[in-house]
Design a protein around this ligand. Structure first.
Ligand SMILES: Cc1ncc(COP(=O)(O)O)c(C=O)c1O
Length: 387
């Protein structure tokens, strides 16, 4: 056995300023406590603040017999774990999106590592945006299909690949996120729908960071950009704005049946706890009510972007994910520490999660944080000097 190679690799990670730890934190709504410090949590995915919305939780308890709901499914959905709440949630999802069918998974990671490997075979091509999430990349690695990446949001590049290669493959899958997790920028879904039609391809859109946050009913960018109908696979996750756990795809019935029969990350894993599925369904059906929270998130994000720009910082995107580029891994760590010392919990995102010299502070905003607290943040940032 060679244990030394693990310690050597850890040394290398440490020297690169990239050593990760699991933090000991405690939570109180949008406040986070670490090492005796109380800070505003600006690094969570609780975009609407629903995880600690007491009224919502009370309403859920009032209309659901929570005590009767198991805290574990104790089995795969394909065995005895398919509690009735799954069907109710999937029917509601299909209705909201006006699609034939929906299928729920344990997480976005399970969805992304499973759907494409199940659907795409060695006669197929998967074309993914260069900046898609690690879970999609892992799915592409597991797939037998040929895989090519197009430059981030560069649809001319995507089209040039399709012109050159479409004829060589049986099925082609175009894969994108709607709001990109690290850059906070937004895909032009309407343009992608045009391209997929022109080249007879499938379109797969991961709405992890947009569901709950975008669209009149919170269905995501596909609703906001009015193109739900043309997207073959809309994937959403419940661990972010939904303040729950799990993920889903809405699609045609034939694909749902195919995934149930072939998707390994659905078949070979214990189903989500029924209590969790019931909560997700409850939140889904309340989503249209949260338009004020969605508006606030958009307003606050715009103000944060303006302040950072005024101070001379490079920022990316146009959403509630606001990346402030710091350059080296060390710079991003220093900036994060400065922010935490002043009561703002914002974590650095470093290479290799993002490209070299593009390490960043990634503000991830939460609509339940009061305006007064955001004013304190803006005041602090307004005094920062950009080097
Ligand atoms: C774009 C995207 N897809 C999928 C996932 C994974 O979702 P989950 O946390 O439910 O596994 C993430 C997680 O951050 C993500 O950013």
């Amino acid at each position: 056995m060679n244990k030394e190679r693990y310690s050597k690799k850890l040394d290398i990670i440490q020297e690169a300023g990239n050593y990760r730890i699991l933090r000991n934190t405690e939570h109180n709504g949008f406040l986070i406590h670490e090492e005796g410090r109380e800070m505003l949590n600006l690094s969570s995915n609780d975009y609407l603040g629903l995880s600690s919305n007491p009224r919502l939780i009370e309403e859920f308890k009032a209309e659901t017999d929570v005590m009767a709901l198991p805290y574990s499914a104790v089995s795969s959905r394909l065995l005895s774990g398919n509690h009735q709440y799954y069907k109710m949630l999937e029917d509601d999802l299909a209705d909201w999106y006006d699609k034939e069918a929906s299928l729920v998974f344990n997480s976005g990671y399970h969805a992304n590592i499973g759907i494409l490997p199940a659907l795409a075979n060695k006669h197929d091509l998967i074309l993914a945006d260069k900046l898609v999430h690690a879970s999609i990349i892992d799915g592409l690695r597991l797939s037998e299909a040929q895989m090519l990446r197009y430059k981030h949001l560069d649809y001319e590049h995507l089209q040039s690949i399709l012109v050159a290669h479409r004829e060589e493959y049986e099925n082609v899958f175009i894969v994108t996120e709607s709001i990109f997790s690290m850059d906070g920028d937004v895909a032009d879904l309407q343009q992608l729908c045009e391209i997929k039609k022109e080249f007879d391809a499938f379109l797969y859109v991961d709405e992890a960071h947009a569901i709950g946050v975008r669209g009149t009913n919170g269905l995501g960018c596909c609703e906001e950009q009015a193109c739900i109908e043309d997207i073959d696979f809309v994937v959403g996750t419940f661990g972010k704005a939904f303040a729950s756990m799990g993920a889903f795809v809405v699609c045609e019935e034939i694909f749902r049946n195919y995934l149930i029969n072939t998707q390994r990350s659905l078949i070979f894993t214990t189903a989500l706890p029924p209590v969790n599925v019931a909560w997700t369904r409850f939140v889904l059906n309340r989503m249209p009510d949260f338009f004020e929270l969605r508006n606030k998130l958009s307003e606050i994000s715009g103000r944060l972007r303006n302040i950072l720009k005024e101070r001379g910082f490079e920022i990316r995107g146009c959403s509630h994910i606001v990346p402030m580029i710091c350059g080296s891994n060390e710079n991003s760590v220093d900036m994060s520490e400065l922010l935490r010392d002043n009561g703002f919990f914002v974590l650095p995102v470093r290479y290799p999660t993002v490209p070299k010299n593009e390490a960043r502070i990634r503000f991830s905003l939460n609509a339940s944080i009061p305006y007064e607290d955001y004013e304190c943040l803006f005041e602090f940032l307004g005094c920062l000097e950009c080097e």
